[in-house]
Design a binder for this molecule. Structure first.
Ligand SMILES: Cc1cc2nc3c(=O)[nH]c(=O)nc-3n(C[C@H](O)[C@H](O)[C@H](O)COP(=O)(O)OP(=O)(O)OC[C@H]3O[C@@H](n4cnc5c(N)ncnc54)[C@H](O)[C@@H]3O)c2cc1C
Length: 422
């Protein structure tokens, strides 16, 4: 991000520890690569002096103050998006290409679509970067030998896509689709309609939940999904952090937090991390004196009313339960695709909800059932002609940034063939 932009968009957020909205705003700004300062209010006097509210229980908290002096009290993300000047309505009544999701796959499709001259719109329900935006360092992405933060990678891609003329609708969620030959209509949650000749679904996956009592209550108040890149700066050297999950995202988070806190514990259901984590991360975890791994273990309960106070971990082999006091639990246990909309319009999904594409749709030499064209589906085309899937949402995808980016670019090549009448 250019320096002048960084400075002009600096935000101060005044709030109390354990505020779910405070977390949501921090997460949004962090992923959007907008520099911000979180000012934690510890008592009524600080609330009055710094935030201009009556006390720490004041419902106007959190308060955001932008560099131009604008003050937003208890703002919605939509209000912040508007304040950043990112809120816009579609400028066209019809596009060549509509992309849903601005993670690595969607952003890549936007760059390639727009640079190939397609009138391209991207609809993103949160902010750019997707899952990648939640990680502090991606170390295996080609061309960045020292690694790059997910938020920075996403911001660069956003800028690149916009420079080529792609339209980005941030904070807007696609909820339903209607498809007819040569035309798709996407309906957004706020009632906006997006009409396009071709569609790429790049909606990735949603974090899988722990499914324990108290999850909703403590979300953003000690319990976080993903690697918690926005939270690391708030951790103290006396903190003990718990991370659930045995994949690379859990490993990355552990290594990141281990630099700033007293201890990091990875809680994993399996007997070891060996099968699930990349060797380079495993080596680092094993050689860190601050990281320990509880294998054959699962979190079975959360304690705390307005803030996480402790977790209960059960050993799956012995049944023994232990209580660990902590204010920090990060859950990195993979994701699930949210593709119910596809079911409604007859687009084929696998049992887990991933969109099936190309050769995986065909039954032996035969085209898929109800496929209306003479040609078989293109490699990344779903069972609906003109609707493509790229990245983690696709059945059989690799679940890596590079492959999502590759699929985004590839999907555009097939979109072009489709639009050319092939
Ligand atoms: C913590 C973490 C660390 C990781 N580290 C690495 C790594 O180091 N290296 C690596 O290669 N991979 C890594 N990965 C995996 C990688 O991030 C994913 O494979 C990649 O982000 C998938 O990209 P995607 O675009 O397919 O989907 P996603 O990244 O999931 O993006 C999907 C986007 O679609 C949006 N969306 C969803 N539904 C809708 C809707 N209805 N309307 C509009 N928008 C919608 C979402 O908000 C999201 O922004 C990591 C993943 C995580 C969670």
């Amino acid at each position: 991000m250019p320096e002048e932009k960084r400075n002009s968009e600096r935000v101060k957020i005044f709030g109390t520890a354990g505020s779910p909205l405070g977390y949501m705003i921090r997460d949004f700004l962090h992923r959007s690569d907008i520099p911000f300062q979180w000012v934690e209010l510890r008592n009524d006097e600080q609330a009055r002096t710094f935030a201009g509210v009556s006390g720490v229980k004041d419902s106007r908290l959190p308060v955001c103050v932008f560099q131009d002096g604008t003050r937003l009290e208890c703002p919605t993300i939509r209000q912040i998006v508007e304040k950043l000047g990112w809120f816009r309505d579609p400028s066209r009544s019809e596009y060549d290409l509509a992309i849903y999701g601005a993670g690595p796959a969607g952003l890549s499709a936007a760059v390639y679509g727009a640079s190939e001259g397609l009138a391209t719109v991207v609809v993103e329900r949160w902010t750019v970067g997707g899952q990648a935006g939640s990680t502090t360092k991606i170390e295996n992405y080609l061309g960045f030998p020292s690694g790059i933060s997910g938020a920075e990678l996403a911001e660069r891609a956003r800028e690149q896509a916009c420079r080529f003329g792609a339209e980005l609708l941030i904070g807007r969620e696609g909820v339903r689709g209607e498809f007819m030959p040569g035309k798709g209509v996407g309906y957004l949650a706020d009632g906006t309609k997006i009409v396009a000749r071709a569609t790429i679904c790049a909606t990735g996956v949603d974090y899988r939940r722990l499914n324990v009592a108290g999850e909703e209550r403590l979300l953003g108040a000690g319990l976080y999904y993903g690697a918690g890149a926005s939270e690391a700066a708030l951790c103290r050297p006396t903190d003990d952090i718990y991370i659930v999950g045995g994949g690379n995202s859990a490993g990355q988070a552990a290594m990141h937090f281990s630099r700033v806190v007293r201890s990091v514990t990875i809680v994993v259901r399996g007997a070891s991390l060996k099968e699930t984590i990349s060797q380079y991360l495993l080596d680092r975890i094993q050689s860190s004196h601050r990281v320990r791994v509880l294998t054959n273990s699962e979190v079975t309960a959360l304690e705390g009313d307005s803030m996480l106070e402790a977790i209960i971990v059960r050993n799956r082999l012995t049944g023994e339960q232990k209580r660990f006091a902590t204010h920090w639990l990060f859950v990195c246990i993979g994701g699930v695709p949210r593709t119910e909309w596809a079911e409604e319009v007859g687009i084929k999904r696998d049992e887990a909800g991933y969109l099936i594409t190309g050769p995986d749709l065909s039954q032996g030499q035969n085209p898929p059932e109800k496929w209306p064209l003479d040609r078989p589906p293109y490699y990344l085309e779903t069972s609906m002609p003109g609707v493509f899937a790229a990245g983690d949402v696709r059945h059989g995808s690799i679940k890596r940034c590079a492959s999502a980016v590759g699929e985004g670019a590839m999907a555009v090549a097939f979109v072009q063939r489709y639009l050319a009448g092939g």
